[in-house]
Design a protein around this ligand. Structure first.
Ligand code: ADP
Ligand code: MG
Length: 486
């Protein structure tokens, strides 16, 4: 049977306002628990919420960036439920009249083609507090600092057909909101959280029954959770079973998922219009002013990177889609002046390191300026690429002699490469003199075979220089000398 997967995403995106959506309390991450939730965030009797205009402005920015319609009149509802991290007893959210309607996000597929993912809507709402289950010896801790943090919940149409597309969509959204500067994009701090709706069907059939896996806070977990759920559903149906519409939880640490509640037990939220907040009415001039001030978006930056830095479309995408990566790259180029080398290092060594440690570029222990300082030492031939990788490793660890400073590390480890052509010439002469047999072979070999035979000589020369000779110079000098012998 040929199965088709169908995926729709709901994405909670924390807006990067200084204060909460309905109060003046700080949204700063990492404060002492329960020091940043004020009486309004907890809806204490006698308090009244007031909408933070900055949150509204950011939601409108998002809507304009994805070509959506902006609701000229939008309104808040109360979604009622009880949970320890929601002492208000309801979440203030938008249901009937969201601020952002429609729109689309275009993703690039592996084969280079583009696919449009439609957005159903995005609405403004407040975040809840957080329940902490670790470190409390069988009890739960409640931290209400996050209560009232502004969110937009972005709801896609079920337009994705596999985990790769969902991942591309999630990353594209991440790139858009970080480029707009309306979200810091730090997943480890919960700034973007994904709920994935997954169903399977036979190609051409009606949509299958979906499950929803909630609150995935990393791209990797999202990808794994989707793949696992698709497999589970297919196995279930092929064994004669039926998929139940349910909410599921995925645990990234153990790579396991379980059912949380079924449709029958689904909460009845008894939504009703929030009596404390007036509907929001905005005019076209307000929208136009925001439109005129939108910053550069990922697609435009992608194009600019190709033109300005002569990058391949692939590299321009890797570097330009995410705002933090783009900033890192451009800062490095500003400081070292070599876009090609900077692109290689950011997409190569640095990306590999970040990946292996599941870190985002904002968390890199090597700053853009420090990487640029290292790149300069490659450009001016102080170190070879190979040595530079050793220096980079030391910079990343940062605790050895020289700390994060490439020059200090190069000095401490005696890594300077030999670029003195006289010294290299001597080495080349020595190796040629000691390799009579190989030189003979080289001479008598077919012209087309010769380039392959250079490896032996280069290897000997590099060995003789203890790895410190400039490889490019070695190659050039060696070729000249061998030519003289032909
Ligand atoms: P509800 O009203 O129950 O929340 P929605 O229609 O709002 O359901 O859909 C919620 C999310 O689920 C959306 O992102 C949507 O694209 C997705 N979705 C809906 N039906 C399916 C399906 N059959 N398979 C996969 N995703 C789906
Ligand atoms: Mg819904």
């Amino acid at each position: 049977m040929t199965w088709e997967t169908v995926i729709g995403l709901e994405v909670h995106t924390q807006l990067a306002t200084k204060t909460k959506i309905f109060s003046g309390a700080s949204t700063q991450f990492g404060a002492e628990p329960n020091t940043q939730a004020c009486a309004i965030d907890l809806a204490m009797p006698g308090t009244l919420p007031v909408l933070n205009e900055e949150a509204l402005r950011m939601a409108v920015m998002f809507g304009l960036a994805i070509d959506a319609d902006i609701g000229k009149i939008s309104a808040f509802e109360r979604k009622n439920y009880f949970y320890p991290d929601l002492p208000k007893g309801y979440q203030t959210t938008q249901l009937e009249k969201p601020i952002v309607l429609g729109g689309h996000v275009d993703i690039e597929l592996a084969d280079g083609s583009t696919k449009t993912i439609r957005i159903h809507h995005a609405h403004l709402e407040e975040d809840a507090g957080k329940s902490l289950h670790e470190d409390f010896h069988g009890m739960s801790g409640i931290d209400l600092n996050r209560a009232g943090t502004p969110l937009i919940e972005i709801v896609s149409e079920p337009d994705m057909n596999n985990a790769d597309e969902a991942l591309a969509f999630a990353k594209k959204l991440h790139g858009i909101v970080t480029s707009l500067n309306i979200c810091d994009g730090i997943m480890a701090q919960g700034s973007m959280r994904f709920d994935v709706n997954v169903s399977v069907r036979q190609k051409g059939d009606e949509l299958g029954t979906r499950t929803e896996t909630k609150n995935l806070n990393s791209f990797r977990f999202m990808e794994r959770a989707i793949k696992k759920e698709v497999e589970r559903q297919i196995d279930l149906i092929e064994d004669g079973g039926k998929v139940l519409q349910e909410t599921r939880l995925y645990d990234g640490d153990t790579d396991t998922a379980r059912s949380m509640r079924s449709k029958e037990e689904a909460n009845d939220y008894r939504y009703f219009p929030c009596p404390d907040l007036l509907p929001i009415e905005i005019d076209q001039a307000y929208i136009d002013a925001i439109k005129a001030s939108l910053p550069e978006l990922p697609e435009a930056r992608h194009q600019r990177f190709m033109e300005q830095y002569q990058l391949s479309s692939y590299d321009a995408g890797v570097l330009g889609d995410d705002a933090a990566t783009a900033n890192f790259f451009e800062t490095a180029v500003d400081h070292c002046g070599d876009a090609k080398l900077a692109a290689n290092w950011v997409t190569g060594e640095l990306a590999a390191k970040l990946n292996s440690q599941e870190m985002q570029i904002q968390q890199s222990p090597v700053s853009a300026e420090q990487l640029a300082a290292l790149i300069k030492r490659i450009s001016d031939n102080t170190v070879s690429n190979k040595m530079a990788r050793e220096v980079f490793e030391a910079m990343w660890q940062g605790d050895g002699e020289g700390g994060n400073d490439p020059d200090a590390i190069i000095k401490a480890r005696g890594l300077k490469q030999v670029s003195d052509s006289g010294a290299i010439e001597t080495l080349v002469d020595e190796v040629i003199a000691n390799s009579a047999k190989q030189v003979d072979n080289y001479r008598s070999a077919d012209e087309s075979k010769r380039p392959k035979m250079l490896g032996y000589f280069v290897g000997q020369i590099m060995k003789a220089s203890k790895g410190q000779a400039n490889p490019q110079q070695v190659n050039e000098i060696l070729l000249t000398k061998l030519k003289e012998l032909l």
